[in-house]
Design a binder for this molecule. Structure first.
Ligand code: HEM
Length: 463
């Protein structure tokens, strides 16, 4: 009897080590089963990392939403208006118009992009970091920064507090649903839509909005691209950089004012913790792989960033920014912003500039300390202790705080992974029932034009 008791105690006590990874694997299986697509994952045994970018860049690997069960899930997570989010639009004039507008908003002189990022970071830190020691979740800390940043980029004026709260509420809801740590709240998202509708009607935007979209679609485009994707991606990127610095104080110490070194730190952070786990495409034509194998049109191709980034580098599991300083370092097996030939990230230039300025501002004010498990998807939101540089903490107090957080964070990982499994399954099933993408393409063509419905049969009319 006592042997069973001992075994049970051992299982429970060691759960933080093994349970979260098992639950993640199970969640992936649930997603695959429910979506039911014929998915091909790259790299794989037949198409290795050496041909990863070739397949990703193939002109026929260019479908985005139409024809994949997976799209119903993404449209569910990224509502409202997923049909006009740039990442979900099919190629064509509407996509070109939207992509041109996004590029225009994201362009600008580097020092202006830096100045706004530093100013927004400073303002939020002045509000939050008021004591010598502050315990934060880095993602919650950074979201208001990027909410203010992109508001200013779009509207050309400082972000009012009401707008900031609505943007953070929306982006937080999106990211929690994506990571399956919370369900989605359409009413919360709709509050931002209403605010943006009023704000857009008042005029004064820095760029004209895409003329091929209706006024409602234009608001959805802004909400999805700048107050969803942009805020979420920049906040997550920032959490990865700051966590890496918290866990590698030697790297943080070298960083002050060294822009070249920052580029290496960012490259290495994005290599180990790419913001995209998997990017998918639906093939719109055949892709021959070798003499015998051809991928048919309509295949769902999934490109795994962590798997690709984990090959072609010496000691790939080690965080080593200096690998990017080696003479003749190869840039292959490293695509933090996607592949140039197939819809890369439009913020590839802005992001490093703004992240560098924001990181500089953080390091001028605080030192960072965290022992949380640093994973790519960051469901923990990055718990971290911030200690003001002008009031350092005695090392004994810091060690005690670290010990408490280590235990708390490990057990939180266990509990959260179970929550993610349950909420993930609920959302996959709900998205399957709503069939947002499938239903849209039942009634619209690739360019958003309503397709003519078959007239009802005589029998239907009489019934
Ligand atoms: C460090 C920050 C960022 C990283 C690492 C990143 C990464 C990526 C990657 C890898 C893709 C391509 C995915 C694919 O092939 O399907 C992508 C696409 C995209 N990103 Fe980013 N991103 C970042 C920030 C941003 C920001 C600030 C915006 C602001 C608008 C943005 C908007 C987009 C859009 C609209 C797409 C879809 C492009 C298209 O399909 O034409 N991203 N991003």
């Amino acid at each position: 009897m006592w042997v069973t008791g001992l075994l049970a105690a051992a299982v429970v006590l060691t759960a933080p080590r093994w349970l979260p990874a098992r639950v993640v694997a199970l969640r992936v299986k649930v997603f695959e089963k429910v979506n039911g697509d014929n998915v091909v994952m790259f790299p794989n045994a037949d198409v290795g990392p050496d041909r990863f970018e070739e397949v990703y860049s193939h002109p026929a690997a260019n479908g985005r939403s139409r024809g994949a069960g997976l799209s119903d899930l993404f449209w569910y997570w990224l509502s409202p208006g997923p049909e006009v989010h740039q990442e979900h639009l099919e190629a064509g004039p509407r996509y070109d118009d939207v992509a041109r507008t996004t590029r225009a908003f994201l362009s600008g002189p580097g020092d202006e992009l830096s100045e706004v990022a530093a100013r927004c970071t400073g303002r939020v830190f002045d509000e939050v970091v008021t004591r010598p020691v502050t315990l934060v979740r880095l993602r919650d800390l950074m979201m208001p920064v990027w909410a203010e940043y992109f508001y200013e980029l779009v509207f050309g004026e400082p972000c009012p507090r009401e707008a900031r709260d609505l943007i953070v509420g929306h982006a937080d809801d999106v990211v929690k649903a994506l990571k399956c740590t919370g369900l989605r709240h359409p009413a919360r998202r709709a509050r931002l839509t209403r605010y943006l509708t009023r704000r857009v009607a008042a005029g004064g935007l820095r760029q004209p909005l895409p003329a091929t979209l209706s006024p409602t679609e234009q608001v959805h485009y802004l909400q999805g691209t700048f107050f969803g994707t942009a805020v979420v991606q920049m906040s997550d990127a920032m959490v990865h950089v700051l966590l890496a610095l918290a866990q590698h104080p030697d790297v943080a110490a070298r960083l002050a004012g060294d822009d070249r070194y920052f580029a290496h730190v960012l490259d290495e952070t994005m290599r180990l913790y790419p913001l995209f786990g998997i990017a998918h495409r639906i093939t719109t034509g055949e892709i021959p792989l070798d003499e015998r194998t051809t991928l048919p049109a309509g295949s769902v191709l999934c490109f795994s960033y962590p798997d690709y980034h984990g090959t072609g580098h010496a000691r790939p599991d080690v965080f080593d920014p200096d690998r990017w300083a080696q003479p003749g370092v190869r840039r292959s097996h490293h695509i933090p912003f996607g592949v140039a030939a197939n819809r890369p990230c439009p913020a590839w230039r802005l992001s490093p500039i703004a992240l560098r300025a924001a990181t500089g501002e953080v390091l001028r004010r605080v030192t960072l300390h965290s022992t949380v498990t640093h994973t790519r998807s960051l469901p923990s939101r990055g718990p971290c202790v911030l200690v003001r540089v002008d009031e350092p903490l005695p090392s004994r107090r810091l060690a005690a705080l670290g010990a408490y957080l280590r235990v708390r964070d490990r057990w939180e990982d266990v509990w959260r992974s179970v929550v993610q499994l349950v909420l993930g399954t609920v959302m996959v099933l709900h998205a399957n029932r709503l069939r947002l993408a499938g239903r849209y393409f039942d009634t619209h063509d690739n360019h958003g034009r309503p397709v003519r419905q078959e007239p009802p049969s005589n029998q239907e009319i009489t019934e």
